[in-house]
Design a protein around this ligand. Structure first.
Ligand code: DX5
Ligand code: ZN
Length: 219
């Protein structure tokens, strides 16, 4: 399958959010990545329901909601109601991950599970068949603009191998430090969804960066 691009609005200009959402609408982006941080699971607070509802009002692409919050099961319906098409929870925050994944699916959303850089792919062995997506964190979650962790390539290959027979259509999403220099290598390793925040929004031409990520040059 052709890979998807999910620009992260964490790096957008929140004073001009409608403009930045429209910019994504008019680009080759496939989804809009929405990072929710609670100041407890991660050392940063981003935004909540009023902002997501405002994004949804203008968005013409599905909202790919990444929950970096403790006890995400308390808010799944609220995120669905705010406009989430996909909801990704962190493995590290879910003692009853199987139940949480089922609830996300029952809500009619794509169910994703994210793993931190230190969480091994093997931890997903007994959930891999049930999820629509695995998000591999390629930085420590909490902030945009961090340096890509090289160990991610190995994890993508392991995930590809783990999912091949039981879940061949799995979305393998990479989040953190993705740019036009590493996009092709990530795809070659088996990634099929790329999140990019600062690479897109720190550019003078975000739509052009999104196109480059969608059609990276072979190295
Ligand atoms: C980090 C977030 C990322 C972040 C990526 O915790 O999950 O989605 O927005 O930003 P960049 O692309 O700047 O690393
Ligand atoms: Zn994210």
């Amino acid at each position: 399958m052709n890979h998807l691009i999910s620009p992260s609005i964490l790096a957008a200009d929140f004073g001009n959010l409608q403009r930045d959402i429209e910019l994504i609408n008019n680009s080759e982006a496939d989804w809009i990545h929405v990072d929710v941080m609670d100041g407890e699971f991660v050392p940063n607070i981003s935004f909540g329901f009023p902002v997501i509802t405002a994004v949804k009002k203008h968005a013409q692409k599905p909202l790919d909601v990444h929950l970096m919050i403790v006890e995400p099961e308390r808010y799944l319906k609220a995120f669905k109601d705010a406009g989430a098409a996909g909801i990704t929870v962190h493995y590290e925050t879910c003692p009853h991950l199987h139940r949480t994944v089922q609830v996300i699916k029952e809500l009619g959303c794509r169910a994703g599970v994210a793993i931190n850089p230190h969480t091994p792919v093997s931890a997903l062995e007994d959930i891999i068949a049930d999820v629509d997506m695995v998000l591999v964190m390629s930085v420590n979650p909490g902030f945009g603009g961090q340096h890509f962790i090289e160990n991610t390539y190995k994890k993508i290959k392991q995930l590809k191998a783990l999912s091949q027979t039981v879940n061949p259509d799995l979305f393998i999403e990479i989040d953190g430090g993705v740019d036009s220099n590493n996009a092709q290598k990530l795809i070659d390793a088996g990634a099929n969804v790329l999140v990019a925040g600062s690479a897109v929004f720190s550019s003078a031409n975000p739509a052009a960066v999104i196109s480059t990520l969608k059609h990276p040059k072979k190295l």
